[in-house]
Design a protein. Structure first.
Ligand SMILES: C[S@@+](CC[C@H](N)C(=O)[O-])C[C@H]1O[C@@H](n2cnc3c(N)ncnc32)[C@H](O)[C@@H]1O
Length: 231
């Protein structure tokens, strides 16, 4: 068995455990402590997140898409594939080291998506980017953690709570879509999305497309419910 080799580590603001990048043969992993955050062997559901969400905005040639966070770049690569050549994609990534790793040893995994001229990267919390401007995005894709009920970074909870979902709704344009990745089902979260005014579609997808663990995606569309006109 080939042993794991640590390629890098990064301090996570507010957390005790660092984020670690490791390699074993051709396999790469990003972990926090003993918890796996991402493996290069299984990225089907990360790609499906972008594919399913971007299908909803396929009629928007100048779509603006916000992705949090970068990980190994698979969601970003899929968003590039499933939006028009005139779209713009902003990646909000908490850790500058992750961006460096994606420009270095991880670059080829997802086909060097950071080199695409449609992409820009901002270092920081995606929550700040969401609350910065209303009506700014056609799609917001959230894969910052293992899901609303499986956090490795407790402060990410604010993204999944009613206030965070309200902020996401405000940041989206009419008909825009919020896509959320999760390692497991979470009926309470699906309910919160609906309460926040989204039309919610829940999809179960395999980690390796046709096989592997089942992950859950919520594709939530912002709908403005018009008030009936006064008589
Ligand atoms: C599971 S990985 C994302 C995997 C990615 N979807 C892919 O296709 O490879 C989670 C990423 O989110 C970043 N992250 C965690 N919390 C964040 C936050 N609040 N804002 C922005 N990025 C965050 C982590 O540093 C990590 O790079």
């Amino acid at each position: 068995m080939i042993p794991w080799k640590e390629l890098g580590r990064a301090e996570v603001p507010g957390e005790e455990q660092p984020l670690v990048l490791a390699q074993r043969g051709s396999e790469f992993a990003i972990r926090i402590g003993a918890v796996a955050l991402m493996s290069s062997l299984a990225h089907g559901s990360e790609e499906a997140l972008a594919e399913l969400a971007c299908t909803h905005i396929a009629d928007r040639p100048e779509a603006r898409v916000l992705i949090g966070g970068l990980g190994m770049g698979y969601t970003l690569a899929a968003a590039l594939k499933h939006t028009a050549g005139t779209s713009r994609i902003v990646v909000a990534e908490l850790l500058s080291s992750v961006v460096e790793w994606n420009r270095g040893p991880l670059a080829v995994l997802a086909g060097k998506p950071l080199t695409d001229p449609r992409v820009s990267v901002t270092i920081g919390d995606v929550a700040d980017r969401i609350s910065a401007k209303a009506d700014a995005w056609d799609a917001i894709l959230l894969d910052v953690d293992n899901g609303p009920d499986a956090l490795t970074r407790p402060s990410n909870d604010r993204l999944y709570q009613p206030k965070g979902l309200h902020a996401a709704s405000e940041a989206l344009r009419e008909g825009g879509v919020l896509g959320v990745w999760s390692v497991a089902p979470d009926p309470a979260f699906a309910k919160r999305l609906a309460t926040a005014g989204f039309d919610v579609h829940e999809a179960t997808v395999r980690a390796r497309r046709t096989k592997g663990t089942r992950h859950v995606l919520w594709i939530a569309t912002k709908v403005t419910r018009r008030r009936p006109r006064a008589r």
